[in-house]
Design a protein around this ligand. Structure first.
Ligand SMILES: NC(=O)c1ccc[n+]([C@@H]2O[C@H](COP(=O)([O-])OP(=O)(O)OC[C@H]3O[C@@H](n4cnc5c(N)ncnc54)[C@H](OP(=O)(O)O)[C@@H]3O)[C@@H](O)[C@H]2O)c1
Length: 320
């Protein structure tokens, strides 16, 4: 089968299209003929080695796919065969014509949800939901979402607006992207440095959801109100300064909280319940998925170049 591996970590050019033997589903797994493959910010940070050094050259990228189940491993109900599903493949295995996933990590797709929409929402929607949960957002609260133009942020903006929060501010890199985020429910648009936003922009926020991290993280900690909660969800801007925690200590009398949130720590059934409800909402049109572009699998390098260039609003999906 055709697949895309990391031949050399760093730039997009290190990705290579290769032929690999199709995987065989182990006990408890299913085999999926992929129809859409999500290109997430997580793939980019693995390729850049920002997230982890655990992977070796030859690593098969990709963490979420959608398609049809073509075979099941031992112990898996054979009735899965032929069903359209979304699947989490872990931190590898997705950029391929065929992928395996544990049966607990697959979810049937509603008839009206495309595979492309499913890989845009499947992983990121759950991260957005539980980040907002940790942030304690609802009526009477103010929120800033940093790095809102990716698929996590786009869902978080919509869910936060729906929660009745008083302010759903975002950071983004252009007025055009800001206008698109306003159309999804953002109330104030700040630049990447956290400046701007116009009249009425809160001076402080009850919570910050941060998908970016990087050197500016301490500056955004300063934007929290007393008792404010900072929820770190991603690191697309790189690691924060090693001493960023000093900012919390220096502000001891303001009772700030800093948490990291990985949806991996959310119990599987809770993740699936949220995902299932979000898939239904997306199929009905009450939750929007934003697909930036659909590209063939063998153009994974182009997809990653677009991610690095900051061109992507929402998510790119690959098709085999
Ligand atoms: N916590 C979890 O459970 C979980 C789950 C999945 C993924 N993740 C993590 O979430 C991140 C990916 O999320 P995503 O796919 O939504 O993000 P993304 O699409 O990669 O990026 C989101 C936005 O951040 C902005 N941005 C990019 N680089 C930046 C920089 N250097 N400085 C400031 N802003 C920058 C860009 O918007 P503008 O150009 O408009 O500013 C971009 O559209 C990864 O770090 C991944 O590891 C976490």
């Amino acid at each position: 089968m055709k697949a895309v591996v990391i031949r050399k970590f760093g730039s997009p050019e290190g990705l290579e299209v290769v032929d690999l033997p199709a995987p065989v589903p182990a006990p408890g797994q299913v085999l999926i003929a992929t129809e859409a493959i999500g290109v997430g910010g997580v793939d980019v940070v693995i390729r850049r080695r920002t997230l982890t050094h655990a992977f070796q050259e030859g690593h098969l990228l990709g963490s979420e796919v959608a398609g049809s189940v073509t075979a099941v491993g031992e112990g898996v109900d054979a009735s899965w065969t032929g069903r359209r599903v979304w699947a989490f493949t872990g931190l590898s295995g997705g950029y391929a014509e065929q992928a395996v996933a544990a049966v607990e990590d697959i979810l049937p797709l509603p008839d009206d949800l495309t595979c492309t929409d499913a890989v845009t929402l499947g992983g990121s929607g759950v991260a957005a939901h539980f980040a907002l949960d940790r942030a304690g957002i609802g009526r009477g609260t103010t929120l800033l979402i940093r790095g809102a133009a990716g698929s996590i942020g786009i869902t978080a903006v919509q869910l936060a607006a729906r929660s009745g929060a008083d302010a759903v501010a975002v950071t983004t890199s252009s007025a055009e992207r800001g206008a698109r985020l306003r159309a999804l429910g953002a109330t104030h648009v700040l630049d990447r440095a956290g400046e701007g936003g116009g009249p009425g922009t809160p001076l402080g926020f009850d919570a910050v959801i941060d998908i970016v991290a990087g050197p500016r993280l301490p500056h955004f900690l300063d934007k929290l109100n007393p008792n404010g909660r900072y929820v770190a969800v991603g690191i697309v801007g790189g690691q924060p300064p090693v001493d960023f925690g000093m900012r919390l200590v220096e502000n001891f009398r303001r009772s700030l909280s800093f948490v990291t949130l990985s949806s991996d720590t959310v119990p599987g059934p809770d993740r699936q319940a949220v995902r299932s409800s979000q898939f239904s909402d997306a199929a009905r049109g009450s939750l929007r998925t934003v697909v930036h572009e659909v590209l063939p699998l063998d153009q994974a390098v182009a997809a990653h170049r677009k991610m690095d260039a900051g061109e992507v609003f929402g998510r790119i999906a690959l098709t085999p």
